[in-house]
Design a protein around this ligand. Sequence first.
Ligand code: ZN
Length: 271
Amino acid sequence: MSARSTRTSAKAERARRLVVSFHDLHPGSRAACTHFIEGLAGLGITRISLLVVPRWHGDAPFTEDAAFTAWLRGLAAAGHDICLHGFFHQAEAVTGNAVNRLVGTHYTAGEGEYYQIDRATARDRIDRGLHILAGEAGLPVVGFTPPAWLLSADGRAELVAAGLHYTTTFGAVDLLQLDRQLRAPTIVYSCRAAWRRGVSRIWVRFWAWVNAGAPILRIAAHPCDFDHPSIEASLWTRVRAALADGRTPATYRDLLPGAAELAPIRPRAAA
Ligand SMILES: [Zn+2]
């Protein structure tokens, strides 16, 4: 590595980033996403990672909604990072011990689609997802995020095989093709029950304080956050605080070395 590129990467490593993402994007959550994107633009954040579900809870592929697909293309053209987010975003029955079942059903509300996925199923869903996003919709996709950040080892192996460049866990961004994990704590809310919402706001304040020094901080918004004024207010407080703290907004794609030159993933031909 030359002295210049060493200096450049050292500088990149020192820059403290803020990665904002919107999860569970599908036609039913477009209004919440639009509201979030407009609010962020008012704060100077013009590009985020958009986690798109190809067939939300078994719905028809989102490409059947031409207006939604065109809207997504416009967002991609404006520089937003389009990320594949599961396929149905719904888990099969979770098997295994009590801990597995607790994680799979209670913690995720049955959304951990890739938590116990086997290789063949993962390959099939990744291919079908990419076929919809990158093929039919023509969106530039380089990364993946599993629903509820739960991914089996087989699932990860298939993401690597499909050529995807990143996946994310609750605590890290996993650069799949480089086998390199970047620590990246996440601020996220739970809005499923009143007690969870209350705990969540307190937890998030504490979590932001604990991770103030992290080189990469992530703020993950979900559609339901915008159904609860107290959660939404807390979300905006965290975004403003991260910016006031000098963090530079980035997408997941921006974290990849040579991001600007990366070719979007092409779906594999059907077997
Ligand atoms: Zn999700």
